[in-house]
Design a protein around this ligand. Structure first.
Ligand code: ZN
Length: 197
């Protein structure tokens, strides 16, 4: 069945998803071809709709459907504290603690000179603007404990103006560990035990 071009193409696209190998891709493709047609169409439509409607928040780079994401648009959040993360999915780890009530800034990537990823590839202009506005009093670096994470943290340290406190998460998180896969208690402790950077 996989030698039929349309099926082969579906398997190939599915196998490009993170964590999906060729065998899982083939199983998913078979499922999509056998499940009720409206179910398969709903999946295709929701992918299309998310791609059409979701864009980076103008302030923080998180996913947003309006100009601002739900966090930046929430007057109960204290945007004077900004937790800097690599990607939108890292935010879920902090939100799951239900204790953090500050704001975020999504860099979109980490510095990696070896891979040709320089500062121009990071969402830094918006961060610079926030820092210059004077409304930020603390920046918490939540970049991962990796070579790229440390290089990024070092770069950010030089960007922080006088008068803004700079902290980083306590190293309760496993080295190279992914924030988005850490349990909420670990994430909460890493935040509460944050140290001057
Ligand atoms: Zn936002």
């Amino acid at each position: 069945m996989d030698s039929i071009p349309a099926v082969e193409s579906l398997v190939r696209e599915l196998s490009r998803l993170p964590g999906v190998g060729r065998r899982s891709a083939s199983r998913l493709a078979h499922h999509l071809l056998r499940c009720p047609e409206d179910q398969a169409r709903a999946l295709a439509d929701s992918i299309q709709e998310a791609r059409d409607r979701v864009h980076p928040c103008l302030r923080c780079g998180n996913y947003a459907e309006a100009d601002l994401c739900p966090i930046c648009g929430d007057p109960r959040r204290d945007l004077g504290i900004v937790l800097v993360v690599e990607k939108p999915s890292d935010i879920a780890a902090f939100e799951s603690t239900q204790r953090y009530k500050g704001g975020y800034h999504v860099l979109g990537a980490l510095l990696s000179p070896l891979d040709g990823i320089g500062p121009d590839r990071l969402n830094l202009p918006a961060l610079r603007e926030r820092l210059q506005s004077g409304e930020v009093r603390e920046v918490v670096l939540a970049t991962p404990a990796s070579t790229e994470g440390d290089a990024t943290a070092l770069y950010l340290q030089r960007m922080i103006p006088h008068g803004v406190a700079l902290t980083r998460l306590a190293r309760g998180l496993p080295v190279g560990g992914e924030l988005e896969y850490s349990d909420s208690l670990t994430v909460q402790r890493a935040f509460e035990g944050r140290i001057p950077a």
